[in-house]
Design a protein around this ligand. Structure first.
Ligand SMILES: [Zn+2]
Ligand SMILES: [Zn+2]
Length: 352
């Protein structure tokens, strides 16, 4: 059973209630790469309906006045009414039927993944609360999922100050009590600064389960500068994963962006030597690293992490895109750290 099937039928063939139906529509739209404004209406409607009591639900349903509620339009109202009447909403049925498998040739690796090590919540630039992201990760069959919101200098992405990150750690600790045995790994996607230093307090980084380090600024620096910067970051004992190493964009609303230039042999050699996994970023607009670099990292003997970099729940099902590329380029599943049981993973990240 693929992850998507599990989401579609979390309890066998149970008919979803209105909130579940709206959220599941959001999931399928995001998974199918819909623009976020199309998805937002459904997620907002789910929140509105979730805030109603059973009595209020009955009153609105009886009177057929769902559109009197803020943020509910004709499409969301139809979904709610059908779900309240005990039917699977027609739009949801259509989306379930239309869903295509993702990256079928990567299945042998996808089936071995136990988690995802790069995801965002609405604490930074993600679209959904931590709880929602993680309940979908668990429903997809993951045993663990790292929450890696951005670091302070990425202000456009509402990066977390040390204080906010500490607060987030408390929230995650509470959620983990509820989600067990599924485990939310604490984490960060920390910016690699111009000199290779990291954009967060070292003590705090050392406390986290997973540190993904990525370049988000001055991507056009010359090769020598970029190489030094990346090697310095990769060698930092707190760093576990090198995120989307070339920074390229190959499609999508942000347009195209060429790869950063750096000495990949040196950077990947440093990854191998200092125990930092090379991320295979699953986002369709990134597909990073490109195949020739992926093969180079395999040759050098790096570890890998196949991560979605999800900014919305439906994007958590994008791992197939990265798995397909990993398999095509000869990545050994045993070298992929998120195929490992959580204890082995955390022993490795703590040691290297
Ligand atoms: Zn990033
Ligand atoms: Zn990210």
């Amino acid at each position: 059973m693929t992850g998507a099937d599990r989401i579609a039928e979390p309890d066998g063939a149970a008919t979803p209630g209105p909130v579940e139906a709206l959220r599941e529509i959001g999931f399928w739209l995001e998974r199918g790469r819909a623009q976020s404004h199309r998805v937002k209406a459904y997620r907002r409607a789910a929140d509105v309906v979730a805030g109603l009591s059973a009595d209020e639900l009955a009153v609105y349903q009886e009177a057929g006045i769902w559109q009197d509620l803020p943020g509910i339009g004709p499409k969301t109202a139809a979904v709610i009414a059908q779900a309240c009447a005990g039917q699977v909403p027609g739009y949801l049925t259509d989306l379930r039927r239309a869903a295509q498998p993702i990256g079928a040739p990567g299945k042998p690796l996808r089936s071995r993944l136990r988690g995802d090590l790069h995801t965002h919540s609405d604490w930074s630039d993600g679209g959904s609360p931590i709880e929602e992201m993680m309940s979908v990760a668990a429903a997809l069959g993951h045993e663990y999922c790292a929450l890696t919101d951005h670091s302070p200098r990425l202000t456009v992405a509402n990066g977390l100050s040390a204080e906010r990150l500490r607060r987030q750690l408390d929230v995650v600790a509470e959620l983990n009590e509820r989600f067990a045995p599924f485990r939310i790994l604490t984490g960060i996607e920390v910016d690699i600064l111009d000199d290779g230093a990291l954009d967060q307090e070292a003590d705090l980084l050392a406390e986290l389960d997973i540190v993904v380090a990525s370049v988000h600024s001055h991507l056009r620096a010359d090769s020598a500068t970029m190489t030094k910067r990346m090697v310095y970051a990769v060698a930092n004992p707190n760093v576990d994963v090198l995120g989307h190493c070339t920074g390229r964009l190959v499609e999508g609303v942000r347009g195209n962006r060429p790869e950063s230039t750096f000495d990949a042999e040196l950077v990947f050699e440093a990854c191998r030597r200092y125990g930092t996994a090379v991320e295979i970023n699953c986002r369709p607009e990134r597909l990073d690293p490109p195949s020739r670099l992926l093969r180079l990292a395999v040759e050098i003997g790096c570890h890998f992490s196949v991560d979605t970099d999800a900014h919305a729940p439906g994007q958590l099902d994008w791992q197939g895109y990265g798995c397909e590329r990993a398999v095509a380029n000869g990545v050994d599943p045993d070298r992929v750290i998120n195929t490992w049981p959580v204890a082995d993973l955390l022993a490795w990240t703590a040691a290297s």
